[in-house]
Structure formats: structure tokens, C-alpha cells
Unconditional design. Sequence first.
Length: 500
Amino acid sequence: MKKLSMALIFALSACGGSGGTSILSSANAAHHRTSSSPIQHIVIIMQENRSFDNMFYGYPGANTATTGMGHDGTVYPLKPINLAYAHDQNHYHYQFLLDFDNGKGDGFDQQIYGNNGSQKYCTKELWVNYPPCYLIHGPPFNKEPYTYVIQAQVQPYWDMAKQYALGDNTFSSNNGPTFASHQYMIAGRSGHASDIPSLGGGPWGCDAPSEWEYYLKYGAADPPQYDPIFGHEIKGPDPCFPIKMTGPDSTYTTIADELDNAGISWRYYVQPPKIDSWWLNAFDAVKSIRYGPDWSNGDISSPDTNVLSDIDNGNLQSVSWVMPHGHASDHPGGGSGNCGPDWVALIVNAIGKSQYWNSTAVIVMWDEWGGWYDHVIPQQYPDPITGANEGLGFRVPLLVVSPYAKAGYISHQQHEIASSIHFIRETFDLPPLGTGTKYHFADERADGFDDIFDFTQKPIKFKAIKLAKEPPVTKPVKLPPCPKVNKDAEKQVWPPEIDY
């Protein structure tokens, strides 16, 4: 295996993949703790900005829709589009409220793109609380959310669903964009941050030179627009947690802190500073990690492709989070590309053909809905500190790839992004993240993908996921080029993107 440097190496290895037990190098074994289940390694792959209806339209046996309702009663048939898509739709918290429309789910045809300044309360930052201030796109953009990705362009995802397990009732833990979702992925909360920090393109968190953030506070805006339980957004400081913003946030424990306390290894793969998607480093917003030993001891690993090398070199940690690079994120907009399905398949295949297969669960999620239509109305939960509804967001896809996943299973039970924390806690016998406080965060309300696994079944023998473009056998190994875009899909010039 040493003749291939990155574990994309994966697909080409002769190392015993699907049959053997996990064999760790002696140097690495000292940093792992054996869990009580067959799962010794959890790999969480977080993709970007897709609703379930948008990514798995028409998947047999899954709960999908063929039409969606608009705010004025117009019925929009869902139309096919490319995965690589030029326009990034609004998916801020205030857009969620419009899409959600008090539980009617009929506001997706009202894409907000700015402040019309028509009222005295349409101020520079706080206009987001007031629908009368919104500039709304007209045709053809009102139809844009009512679309789905062409199946052939995401076939590796469909193949994973067919071979392993798919969740069609999984939700973003927050009802806003990426920054908060990634905090729910590691902390089961977002410190009440409800949108993305003001710098947009990063960094997000403690390394930001000067930025601010919106935070959700309980109560209606003045003048009132929504029920008080939906809260209103206020301007606050740079999100470098813990901060005292809208409640007694004197602690901000992440699952990584609990892993450290228990002596269990972890690693977070993300792009290096100033390279595309580098702002997806959720731990940059957490003081205990950013200013602790984890920041420099290898637990934060760049670039994201290091995950392939670590798999190949027998250095996969007990828990791994993998963030995508731009063209592989599935995120629409200026950096959109078709590489996402192959990127995820590369990681899955690397694990499947390695010594780790029989001890690993790969959890693939998409962080939030990205503005795309989804017909399932999400349950709303009040935050345990503020009482304002911070989630759930709309449905997102879930794939679980493991020898202990129920083959071909479609989970209709409710899961969410924070379910990944609950699963880590169950696997390694860790306490809830609110332990020591009087609060119960999202990792406690969420399940741990309980219905998806059968630890009594004979482990599924790994079968490689077919890629759209197979990688070259060279050293150093390079990622394959993105698959070509379907030339038949409609091309349009879209307005400026609203990113992440």
C-alpha cells in the first residue's frame, strides 16, 4: 500500500478489505478506546446545501414529492437540473421563516435578495426581521427551488442508498445556514448564532479579524412580524464560543472535548486557510479547541484529502469529520461542481477496501436545505436556554454506510444532524453535552440512528461504489476530474450568490 500515497489508493489496494477485522498500527492503537459495539470508527462526511426532495427525487420507497405549493396557491412541478448549478439561493434563517410560513411550507417561491428600505425599521442590519423590507425575486427565480438533481449525476449516492441505508426523515438541527449547522454537528447547539458571520468567506470564529453575527433572541420584533417563539435576530459579536449573548452560555462543550476527556482519538479534515471551503472549520469557533492542544497536534488536519492518506497508512482515528472542498461539496453557486458524489465514494471505497471496514460506520449528511424545496414540514423545538425555535430545519439526505447497516433499508424515523453526536456518545459511552448544566441540548433530543443498524447481522461484504471517473494509478495520486455537466440542462445567468 505504501506505493500509493493518498488513500484513493483505496480502490486499487490489495489489502484485505471486506473480510478482515480492524488491525491498527501499534503507534495508533494506544490512542483508541474499544467501544462496546462492533463499531470502532465513525466517519462523518458533511456535504452542503441540499434538501431530500432535491437530491433523492423519486427514490423508490422514499417519501418524495413531484410538485410543490407556492405562497399564492400556485402548484409548481419539480423540474430536473444539474448538480453543478450557478445560482446559490438564499438559505439564511429569515429565508427559512418565509419558506416555512408558519408550518404551511409554501414560501419557497419567494426568494429574498435584499432590503428595499421601504420602512423606518428597514435598517442596515435588522431589516432581516421584517418581511415588508424584503426584495423578492420574480420569474423565473420563483420556480428555481422547485427542482431536483438529475439522478445520473448523483448515481454514487443512489448506489450507496441501495447497498446500505438511506434516511428520508432526517433534518438539519438548526433552521438556518451552514455555520450554525456545523456547530450543531459538534456541539448540539450553535450558541444561538442563526446565520453566517459577517465576513461570509471566512474565517468563521476565533480567527476572524473583525466580524459580527446574528443571534436569535426570544420574542417578536418591534413591530411584531412572527409569533414570539420564532424569535428575532439581533446583532452580536464574533462567534468564538463560549460568549454571553442571549443567555447564560458560560460553557460550550463539544463532543471533541468529551472524546479528549475519555482518551478517544478524533480528527477533523478541512481545507487549509484561504483555500476554498476553509471556513468550514467548525472548531475555529470553539475556544477550548482553537486555543488548546488539539489545534496543533494533528487533530485538525489539512487538506481534506488527508483522510485518504490516513486510511491508507493505518491512521484512521476513532472519530473523523470530513469537510468537502469546493467543487466536491454539492453546494450550488460560484464554486459549484459535479465532484461531490465521487468525492464521497472515494472515501467510502477507501474504507471499504481497508482494514477498517468491519469496524466502521460512515455517516453522510448534508448540512442544510440550501433553499431547495422540500415538502415535509419540520418539527420546531424551543432552545433550552432562550426558548426560541432554533430548529429543526428542512429535510436533508442521510446515508449510512457500514457492514452493520441494514442493506437497502430506508429509515422513516426522525433523525437530525445532532444524531451524529448521539451516535458517537452511544458508541463510546460518553455523557450528554449538557452534563453539569441544567440544559438538554440537541444531542439528547436526537436519536443515534438506532433503527438503521443491526449489530447481530452478518457483516455486509463491501462492494465498491462505482465512480463516474476512476482515479489514475500514479504517484502522487491526483483526484479525478469532475464528471462532465449534462449539456441538455437549462443554462441561465443568475443573480449574485448568497453563499453558505
